[in-house]
Design a protein around this ligand. Structure first.
Ligand SMILES: [Fe+2]
Length: 179
């Protein structure tokens, strides 16, 4: 844990480090899944999804680095093995599956939403249980990145639904421009 005097106890820092290591593992699995779909996707949306997932892959690479370095900042060591990632992650791999483009998007929305729910819980724990507002703030920014990526992916699915079933009530209501 190191000799670190930043106003947090060793057990507070260890609690936060444990949460962050789960977040590293989930982000790493999502990185691998996103890259695989970037390679495998076919269909009319190929170019759009191929490029979007390249961007998401790059963003996830940066955020994984930031989470791991936050673990080091707090005196811990980030998980850094495939075995460790698989043990700690909450999202699931589906090795061998090659879903349709829409299926891939759905799977990634599901995984981003799982991570967003985890991060929301971890933010509460960091601020209320471990009194680490720095990590709570850091994870809040991370959660917002996942919310934005989930929105971009969800928009593909919602576009499909609007085309097949017409106007949508309430929160799903969309205005089609220039078509
Ligand atoms: Fe590529």
């Amino acid at each position: 844990m190191g000799n670190i005097n930043i106003g947090l106890t060793d057990s507070q820092r260890q609690g936060v480090i444990d949460l962050l290591n789960h977040d590293v593992a989930d982000a790493y699995l999502l990185l691998v899944k996103t890259k695989k779909y970037h390679w495998d996707v076919i269909g009319p949306q190929f170019r759009t999804l191929h490029q979007l997932w390249e961007e998401h892959y790059q963003a996830l690479t940066e955020s994984i680095d930031a989470i791991a370095e936050r673990v080091r900042t707090l005196g811990g060591y980030p998980v850094g093995s495939m075995k460790g990632f698989l043990e700690l992650a909450s999202i699931k791999e589906h090795a061998g599956d090659v879903p349709s483009a829409t299926g891939m998007v759905s799977q990634l929305v599901h995984d981003h939403e799982q991570i967003i729910r985890n991060l929301r819980e971890h933010i509460d724990q960091c601020s209320e249980k471990f009194h680490d507002v720095g990590t709570a703030d850091f994870l809040t920014g991370l959660m917002e990145q996942h919310e934005q990526m989930a929105w971009m992916l969800r928009s593909f699915l919602e576009g499909t639904a609007v085309k097949s079933s017409g106007d949508q009530p309430g929160m799903n209501k969309q205005v089609t421009v220039g078509v």
